[in-house]
Ligand binder design. Sequence first.
Ligand SMILES: Nc1ncnc2c1ncn2[C@@H]1O[C@H](COP(=O)(O)OP(=O)(O)OP(=O)(O)O)[C@@H](O)[C@H]1O
Length: 345
Amino acid sequence: MTLELAARVPARNFDVRFALAPGETVAVMGPNGAGKSTLLGVLSGLIKPDDGAATLGGHVLFSSREWVPPHARGVALLAQDALLFPHLSVLENVAFGPRCAGASRAVARDSARRWLGEVEALDLADRRPVSLSGGQAQRVAVARALATEPDLLLLDEPLSALDISVAPLLRRTLRRVLKGRSAVIVTHDIVDALLLADRVVVIDNGRIVEDGPTRTVLEEPRSSFAAGLAGLNLVTGQTVADGLTAPDGVHLAALTEPPLPEGEEAAAIFSPRAVAVHRDHPTGSPRNVLPVTITDLEPHGGRTTVRAGHLSAEITTAAAAELDLLPGMEVFFSVKSTEVSLYLR
Ligand SMILES: Nc1ncnc2c1ncn2[C@@H]1O[C@H](COP(=O)(O)OP(=O)(O)OP(=O)(O)O)[C@@H](O)[C@H]1O
C-alpha cells in the first residue's frame, strides 16, 4: 500500500517527508541520533508529531485533526530483540495478533501455523520462548509480526542482536517474506540495504539527505554518511564450493561458516582497503586474483582509490606512484578469501 508521510518533531530536530510505493521495501540508514528510530516511532504511532500528516493505503494514520492509535494502523513493528511473551508457547505468541483482531481460537492457530511455516519455524510451535536461541526467537517474532497481516511492516535493526553465524539465514528468510511487501527497515548494515531493500534513504540530523536505489546511492553518494558506506566492492553471482562465480566468469573464494549451499544467488562484498594492486599476476599467494582495467585514479590525502569499473582498491598514494598506475592500464586486483563476505540473496 502507498505510504505518504510528512512529519515534524521539533524536540527531536526531526523534519521528514517520505513516501513508499505499494510493495516497496526501503532501508533507512544514518548516523547515531539521526532520527531513524523517530521515523519508526512516528509511523508506528509511538511518537506524536507536532505537525504533519500520514496516510497508508489512503487511510489516515495521523493529521492535524486525527490520531489513529498504534494498534489500529495496520502497522507492525519488529524490534531488535524478539520480545516474545514468555508465558505463551511459540504458537500462542504468533496466534496472539489474529486473536486480538477477532479470529476464533482455531482460525488464529491455523494462521499462526501457516506463518511459522513461512519462516521455517513450525517445529518450534510448542516451545516456550525461554528455550529458543536468539535466531529462533527472531524468526518467531517475524511470524508474529506477519500474522497480524500488516499493511506496513517496520523493522528496527532486526539482525543486529544476532550472531553473525545465524544472521545470514534470517536475512534470507526476511528477503523472502519482504518480497512485494511495504516495509521500512532501519539498519546499520549496508548488506541489509543491498539484499533486502529496493531503495535506501539516508537520514542525517533529522532530515533525509539521500533517497534512491541502493546501488546509485553507493556509487554516487551525495552525503558524507553515504560516502562512508560507498565504495564497498560488490560482486553478485552464484555460489560454488569455495565461494562465488559471477556471470562474467570472475571467481571469488570466500570463507563462510557454515558453508553455503552451491548454485544459489549470492553477493560477495569486500572493502577496497582489502584489495592489493599488482602489475603482474601475483604467484604463490592464497589470494583471489582478478584481472582488471583501471578506469580511474582518485588520490585523496595519503591514499589513492584505484577504480576498475565496479571494483575499486584503496592503496597508499606512494604505492600507486611506485606502480606507475594510469587509467587504461591492465592490472591485477588481489584480495584474501578471508576478507570476502559472502551472502545469499
Ligand atoms: N525520548 C526522547 N525524547 C527526546 N528526544 C529524544 C528521545 N529519544 C531520542 N531523542 C533525540 O531525537 C533525535 C533522534 O534520535 P533517534 O533515536 O531517532 O536517532 P537514531 O537515528 O534512531 O539513532 P540510533 O542509530 O542511535 O538508534 C536525537 O537527537 C535524540 O537525542
